[in-house]
Design a protein around this ligand. Structure first.
Ligand code: SF4
Length: 346
């Protein structure tokens, strides 16, 4: 009996030692990143292998890095789905693709008054950036004219205007910038090598080119991805490296909200721990970039406790209000939560 006990004590001691060594390693990586050095592939591997059952130390370390670069501040942004549905593309997660039968509403380009009205509501809720988003690979001439008018009018509200209008050439991007758009939002969605499993109607390089052109034109570029599509941690690392190479300013992190009728309708929702691990990984790999939690926040983080964990994670911003095709939570709650946690909304 004694012998068995001694053996089990030994195993427990070994496990504790292993845990301690991991924490020491994590501490080293944190110091390395805080000193301004780039994380190594070996260090990335260690983060990817982090045990999700013990997510707290990793999440706390990511929060300290975020605090180092952004202080106590958190930014809020909001969007309007200015034209929704009937998209020619076949992104497997999307309610708006015409390839799938979903209950998503189809609306033509909203009136400028409607777009401005929503901007005012979000501005009052302390959102500093406002994204005008349209479905589809690009925009036709008529919608382009409407967009230019909307950009000019939203600017008058004091909101920073961002646009997310698909794959565009440099000439159109330039025209939209001249109209007053400051940010261009275009997600790469996932890693180059995983992309063909998610979208086959256009090439990844078309997305990359749009992002590169927007960066070159001096837009504030917001480009990230959606997680929980079945991609591996290696795919997540690959995407982060591509975004770093492209020198985007801000990285939106979306989590899959499975939509009935799409090929990913039955995919399991990510666990809170896995989602926090992704945010931490991105904070370590992209320490100075804004990481904004966007779609799927309330799908994954369903409890107040988990939302608080997220607000005190590596993320430096949140999208508030409604998402593209899914209703969001109360903006009042988000404001109150940030305030209670001692964060400053800017
Ligand atoms: S994610 Fe964008 S491009 Fe893809 S189907 Fe949806 S609206 Fe179209």
């Amino acid at each position: 009996m004694d012998l068995i006990k001694k053996e089990s004590d030994k195993i427990a001691d070994l496990a504790k030692l292993k845990e301690l060594n991991k924490l020491k390693e994590l501490d080293k990586i944190e110091k390395h990143v805080l000193a301004g050095a780039q994380i190594t592939d070996e260090q990335i591997e260690l983060l990817c292998a982090w045990d999700e059952k013990n997510i707290e130390p990793l999440n706390n370390a990511a929060y300290r890095i975020r605090e180092h670069y952004f202080g106590k501040s958190i930014t809020f942004c909001g969007i309007v789905n200015a034209k929704s549905g009937v998209c020619s593309e076949d992104c497997k997660f999307c309610a708006q693709s015409k390839h799938y039968k979903t209950k998503s509403t189809i609306t033509p380009f909203l009136s400028t008054a409607e777009i401005v009205e929503k901007a005012v509501v979000l501005y009052d809720a302390k959102a500093s950036r406002y994204g005008i988003v349209t479905s589809g690979k690009g925009l036709d001439e008529n919608d382009l004219v409407k967009l230019v008018t909307a950009i000019k009018d939203v600017k008058k509200t004091g909101m920073i205007v961002d646009i997310s209008v698909g794959i565009q050439d440099k000439k159109t991007l330039s025209l939209l910038k001249d109209a007053g758009a400051e940010g261009y939002h275009h997600n790469l969605e996932t890693a180059r090598s995983f992309f063909p499993k998610i979208c086959t109607s256009h090439d990844y390089e078309e997305d990359v080119q749009t992002v590169a052109d927007a960066v070159a034109l001096g837009f504030y570029v917001c480009s990230g991805g959606i997680f929980g599509l079945g991609e591996s941690f290696a795919d997540r690392v690959e995407l982060a490296k591509t975004l770093a190479e492209l020198q985007v300013n801000s990285v939106p992190i979306n989590f899959l909200h499975p939509i009935a009728g799409t090929p990913l309708a039955e995919r399991a929702i990510l666990s809170v721990a896995e989602a926090l691990k992704i945010v931490a990984l991105y904070r370590f790999m992209l320490p100075k970039k804004h990481l904004r939690i966007c779609g799927g926040r309330h799908t994954v983080f369903q409890t107040e406790e988990s939302q608080r964990q997220l607000f005190l994670s590596g993320a430096s911003g949140m999208m508030i209000g409604d998402y593209l095709t899914v209703a969001g939570d109360s903006v009042v709650k988000d404001n109150k939560r940030a305030e209670t946690l001692g964060l400053l909304i800017n």
